[in-house]
Design a protein around this ligand. Structure first.
Ligand code: NAP
Length: 333
């Protein structure tokens, strides 16, 4: 049985991107398991922009405390168990934290979900298309109430959530336009995922390109970014359009996030709704079943960017904010 654990502790609250030392690698010994506990080996860690939010302060979850193991979602396999609900070999997803091993304790409220072994399906899908990102895209698109023929614009479209949201829009019969930060990402969206158009927001004339890609205006904004991108999309919205506010990644590393002026919401009679995936927990199974079927029948394609090694997690988190990932970003341990 393993006796030591490596963990990344939050040592200081980052300013901007994570700097060396904000997360510190420490080694500790693993205690003997008590009744009601199981030990799980973390195999994959999900890199999520919200981790940067958790480092900054209290929001929808309390901030990670200085000196605490950094909170993160992950995929783990039970290696030893004295827990009534788990046996050796069971596979789970949940808030494992940035560490090699996690102790799951029946007296703690931390939520872990058992996941099945499905032939020809990689374990990592449970962190991406069949995990939080797929579920977020699913419920975000439910809020959007898309109708056939409407124009949907998705920002951070080549990321884990945006790429699925756009494909759901295609399944629902929308004209789908993605906004992403490289030509390679834009080509993936149009050539592989079936988006009708993709606009690289780093091009100097991206606003003209967005206008050309949305000749009938925009009915739905699946907003992952905020700031200037959201402002431009809002300016092209049609009357009674819907704005699904999934995330504002452009602001997470800033002290003073770019504000968006909402005057157009009145003029265009827009409906704006923010949401948190945590609120949909009772419907995860229903959504995962649908996402799984779409994936099985080739209607949903997913892609992963894998970084190897716990010690690389800090750089990996930064990749989310510099655009270094295509699809789901995962750290493999
Ligand atoms: N509401 C919820 O419950 C919920 C749940 C999960 C995720 N989210 C949100 O969904 C969004 C996407 O998350 P994800 O996990 O799927 O990450 P992701 O899209 O896989 O990765 C983030 C991507 O955002 C883009 N980006 C970063 N900074 C940007 C900026 N300043 N301007 C424009 N694009 C920028 C980058 O791609 P480019 O190369 O295109 O710049 C990057 O690859 C985030 O806002 C996140 O907070 C919300």
């Amino acid at each position: 049985m393993p006796t030591t654990n490596r963990q990344l502790h939050l040592q200081s609250r980052p300013k901007g991107l994570l700097a060396p030392g904000d997360l510190q690698l420490k080694e500790s010994s693993l205690p003997e398991l008590k009744d009601g506990q199981a030990l799980a080996k973390v195999k994959y860690l999900s890199m999520d922009p919200t981790m940067r939010v958790w480092m900054a302060g209290d929001t929808y979850l309390p901030a990670v405390g200085i000196g605490e193991v950094m909170r993160a979602a992950g995929f783990a396999e039970i290696v030893e168990s004295r827990h009534p609900d788990y046996k050796k070999g069971d596979r789970v997803t949940g808030l494992t934290g940035l560490q090699d091993y996690v102790i799951i304790d029946s007296s703690e409220k931390r939520f872990f979900q058992k996941v099945p072994k499905i032939p020809f399906v990689s374990d990592t899908v449970f962190l991406g298309v069949l995990g939080i990102n797929g579920l977020t895209a699913f419920f975000g698109m439910e809020i959007a109430q898309a109708k056939k023929g409407e124009t949907l614009v998705v920002s951070a479209a080549a990321g884990a959530t945006g790429s699925i949201a756009g494909q759901i829009g295609k399944i629902q019969g929308c004209r789908v336009v993605g906004i992403a930060g490289t030509e390679e990402k834009c080509a993936w969206l149009t050539k592989d995922l079936g988006f009708d158009a993709a606009v690289n927001y780093k091009d100097s004339n991206w606003k003209e390109k967005l206008a050309a890609a949305t000749p009938n205006g925009i009915d739905i904004d699946f907003e992952n970014v905020g700031g200037e991108i959201m402002q431009e999309v809002l300016s092209r919205m049609n009357l009674h359009g819907r704005v699904v506010v999934c995330g504002f990644i452009s602001g997470y590393t800033k002290e003073d996030p770019n504000m968006v002026s909402l005057g157009t919401v009145i003029v265009k009679r827009l409906r704006i709704q923010g949401f948190l995936i945590l609120d949909y927990a009772s419907r995860f199974m229903e959504a995962a079943t649908q996402l799984g079927q779409w994936k099985m029948f080739g209607k949903l394609k997913d892609r992963e960017t894998i970084v190897e090694g716990l010690e690389k997690a800090s750089d990996a988190i930064n990749m989310l904010f510099t655009g270094g990932n295509i699809g789901k970003l995962i750290v493999k341990l």
